[in-house]
Design a protein around this ligand. Structure first.
Ligand SMILES: [Zn+2]
Length: 350
């Protein structure tokens, strides 16, 4: 197919402001390793909420496109692409998988350069680097497939690769958003116990129970440290996973974790948010580490997890609670940041 001249996309123009949904110009040739994908569904991840708010500080790439988990169909492949072909159903992800690491695409908006990374998904089409897409079976459920771009692979990867949770270990998951719920699900798959979910919102905690949390704590109403102590009879926990990036939560998690336990940081801290901990236990086996997308390897992990879904061993339908159109994307973002949405909301592109 020929590349469309223009498409609709959501653009981050100014930090802290609603995205601008507008027509943008597409590049008319694919470079080595680039793939044109028609996007079907895109998820919105907590990290895009942080990006829009400017959590990491100044953004020198403005204006730019965003989004990093989606599903779609390959329309055309650029020179050198070997791992996908026209017509393939694919998951779009931000972690690097198999294939060429291409140059990022060059889009234009109002005649000026519009920045975009190797994958963006808040747009009707995307020119994506070959290593940011993974093929899935043609008859796949495209709504579910979008979740494999980040929410599922990050959540499962945190449990498998970062926390390396063992059978019967106690796990606290602080923050039960899209990634947190999948961390809970993966902890449940490996028979962790107890699995304690903490969040500010009852709707998210309700979903956390469905995904396998054995105990839930609403930290708006109760002191999580006291509640955790009650649940584990004043012992210490094996694994604490933070999805909030908040120093007070991380420090508390570090304190309630065993001297041989693991604290894993998943949530992105705001620039300047520093933690204060007593580091001596780190010399004797306690660990504190940050996760980079659960260290997932998309082309190996996505087929594995997708098969588990097809076998009915993991719950993903329950995670998709809301749908929006691209024109409504700012409503979706507002609802997500205010905690109204438990689970994932999807943007339906076509
Ligand atoms: Zn993400």
């Amino acid at each position: 197919m020929t590349i469309p001249k223009t498409m609709k996309a959501a653009i981050l123009v100014e930090l802290g402001k609603p995205l601008v949904v507008d027509q943008i110009s597409m590049p008319q040739n694919l470079e080595a390793g680039q793939v044109l994908v028609k996007i079907y569904f895109s998820g919105i991840c907590g990290s895009q909420i942080g990006e829009i708010k400017g959590a990491k500080g100044e953004d020198k790439f403005l204006p730019h496109l965003l989004g990093h988990e989606a599903s779609g169909i390959v329309q055309e492949i650029g020179p050198g692409v070997k791992h996908v072909k026209e017509g393939d159903a694919v998951v779009l992800h931000w972690r690097k998988g198999r294939g060429i690491d291409s140059a990022p695409p060059s889009y234009k908006w109002k005649g000026k350069q519009l920045n975009a990374g190797w994958v963006t998904t808040f747009n009707e089409y995307a020119v994506v680097s070959e290593n940011r897409i993974t093929p899935i079976p043609k008859n796949s459920n495209f709504e579910i497939a979008a979740l494999f771009g980040c929410a599922v692979t990050t959540g499962f990867g945190v449990v498998e690769n970062n926390a390396k949770v063992r059978i019967g270990e106690s796990v606290v998951v602080f923050g039960a958003g899209g990634v947190g719920l999948n961390i809970i699900q993966a902890a449940s798959l490996v028979s962790a116990y107890p699995i304690i979910a903490v969040d500010l919102y009852d709707n998210k905690l309700g979903l956390a129970k469905k995904m396998g949390a054995t105990h839930i704590i609403n930290s708006n109403h109760k002191d999580p440290k006291e509640e955790i102590a009650k649940i584990i009879n004043n012992k210490e926990i094996d694994v604490f996973i933070d999805n909030t990036g908040l120093p007070a939560v991380i420090e508390m998690g570090y304190r309630v974790t065993k001297n041989t336990g693991r604290v894993v940081l998943v949530g992105v801290p705001s620039k300047g948010s520093n933690i204060n901990i007593y580091s001596l236990p780190l010399h004797f086996g306690k660990s504190l580490s940050g996760s980079h997308g659960g260290e997932s390897i998309p082309h190996l992990d996505i087929p594995r997890y997708h098969d588990l879904y097809l076998a009915g061993r993991i719950k993903l339908n329950e995670l998709i609670t809301h749908h929006f159109s691209l024109d409504q994307i700012n409503d979706a973002i507002l609802n997500m940041s205010s905690g109204n949405i438990a689970g994932r909301c999807l943007i339906k592109m076509s």
